[in-house]
Design a protein around this ligand. Structure first.
Ligand SMILES: Nc1nc2c(c(=O)[nH]1)N[C@H]1C(S)=C(S)[C@@H](COP(=O)(O)O)O[C@H]1N2
Ligand SMILES: [Mo]
Length: 201
């Protein structure tokens, strides 16, 4: 079987789910900049902070105990692969909103990951019910390469926004372009509008 399939070679209903310029992949590629960080459950925590009524920090034990949800969503990487029907399990982003109570003028979410990686996302995409902090993918705990123990998943934007090895969520009234956004990638990154690089509308 071929690993990458052009839209033109797909049945119409599958092709309709693959954004322009993307190829369907059956296997799940690993993509990131820099090394894979170790996970230590004794020292791991998630810090939620910024323009909110209630900043908080949860350790691994506390975080895992939050109510979980499942999401099935397609995944689109700007390097042109798309994977359909990824199955995610984890903490719905709405839980973070409920606990943190972002102030009314919060417009952006900045994900903070190990080694200083950040990714900015307009808050509206994180308010959709397909946004979550995933702990499991396709029936298994996240592997180290795919972001263990916890990663953000923002299915409606290119996958570089889905920060692996998540350690912090910041809410902000001003935008703060993240690692890829400062290095040539579009600030929003909607795959259906092909917002890949700086200068794409
Ligand atoms: N911490 C961190 N998360 C990251 C990245 C990164 O460089 N560092 N790269 C992003 C990119 S470019 C993509 S396409 C997806 C890929 O996720 P995957 O390796 O699970 O397929 O992770 C995103 N999350
Ligand atoms: Mo990517």
């Amino acid at each position: 079987m071929k690993f990458f399939t052009k839209r033109a070679d797909l049945p119409a209903e599958t092709a309709a789910r693959v954004p322009p310029g993307q190829y369907l992949t059956q296997k799940w590629p690993v993509l990131h900049y820099g090394p894979v960080p170790p996970f230590n459950p004794k020292t791991w925590d998630l810090r939620v902070f910024g323009n909110v009524e209630n900043e908080f920090k949860l350790n691994w034990e506390e975080f895992q105990k939050l109510d979980q949800t499942t999401v099935t969503a397609d995944m689109h990487c700007v390097t042109t692969w798309s994977r359909l029907d990824q199955h995610w399990e984890g903490i719905p982003f709405s839980k973070i909103i409920e606990l943190a109570k972002p102030k009314a003028d919060s417009k952006f979410v900045i994900a903070h990951s190990e080694y200083g990686f950040t990714a900015n996302t307009p808050l509206e995409y994180c308010l959709r019910d397909d946004c979550l902090i995933a702990l499991r993918a396709n029936g298994e705990p996240l592997t180290a390469e795919h972001g263990s123990p916890a990663r953000l998943v923002v299915p409606r934007l290119y996958a570089w926004k889905s920060a692996k090895w998540l350690r912090g969520i910041e809410f902000s009234d001003t935008d703060k372009p993240g690692f890829w956004e400062r290095n040539g990638y579009h600030n929003t990154g909607d795959p259906w509008k092909e917002q890949r690089y700086w200068g794409d509308d």
